[in-house]
Design a protein around this ligand. Sequence first.
Ligand code: PRP
Ligand code: URA
Length: 291
Amino acid sequence: MVNPPVRVLARGFSVSREHDRQALFILRHHRGFPAAAAAFVEQVGERIFVVARALGQFQDNCLVFFHDGENSSISGMTTTPSLPGLFIVRHPLVQHKLTILRDRRTPTKIFKELVDEIAMLMAYEATSDLALEPAEVDTPLERMQGQRISGKKLTLVPILRAGLGMVEGILKLVPSARVGHIGLYRDHETLQPVDYYFKVPGDAGERDFLLLDPMLATGGSAVAAIDSLKRAGAVRIRFLCIVASPLGVARVHDAHPDVPILCAALDRELNERGYILPGLGDAGDRLFGTR
Ligand code: PRP
Ligand code: URA
């Protein structure tokens, strides 16, 4: 059988919305690249591949990849034609920690530590395609050419309050990142976001932003926060949340199709009070011990 040529439809997180043909996936590959898959994928980063023609089938939004029995682990970020621009971080450590986070018995101290750790692991994925530039370095033995991240410092922007819980973990990975803040809360009656604070670095147009909030429920807060960031000049924004709802993803995607969303889980639905089911409850209250 002659395979059709692979057409790369996406780079990094900027997923094309051309779904006229086959499903499109961005995959991270942790071990060896399966030779049997070579005709169907194109490498766009050190360990990032774009699949332009799916060989497998869906299972809970995952791609089951056939690779002739080779020892391979294609996993990590997947997206689906129905929710393009959503990347679910399926790393086992993230999923394990998320289950403890959801547990109603998990105390505030552990909850805070888990949000911190999950945010760090998600940021590892979210930064996997940052641009690099060559950098000379003297090892104890000789001079060589290494690489360093180029451009302005990455900027983290937590949505207050709960987004604050994600900042420290990411700063452990990227200690030089700048930190802006967006103050928003959801009116309990109307579920509409009410904004009360905004501060980000002045040269927003030249920076990569990671917008942080553990919960994406109706999407109102995320859409409002992205609106504010864009008014300040930001053009490269990624939204990191821990638990997302289908409605929230759709609303962010409709309002801001250029903003990729990374989450650890896409949950079932919202209840009548706008809480995510099964969810993890009120993230701000659980993080800060308020109720
Ligand atoms: C929570 C959460 C998000 C928002 C999500 O914050 O941290 O910001 O709700 O809901 P949405 O997608 O329906 O807008 P909340 O408004 O409870 O404020 P808090 O973090 O100060 O507790
Ligand atoms: N905000 C939260 O903290 N949890 C939800 O389930 C929805 C919004």
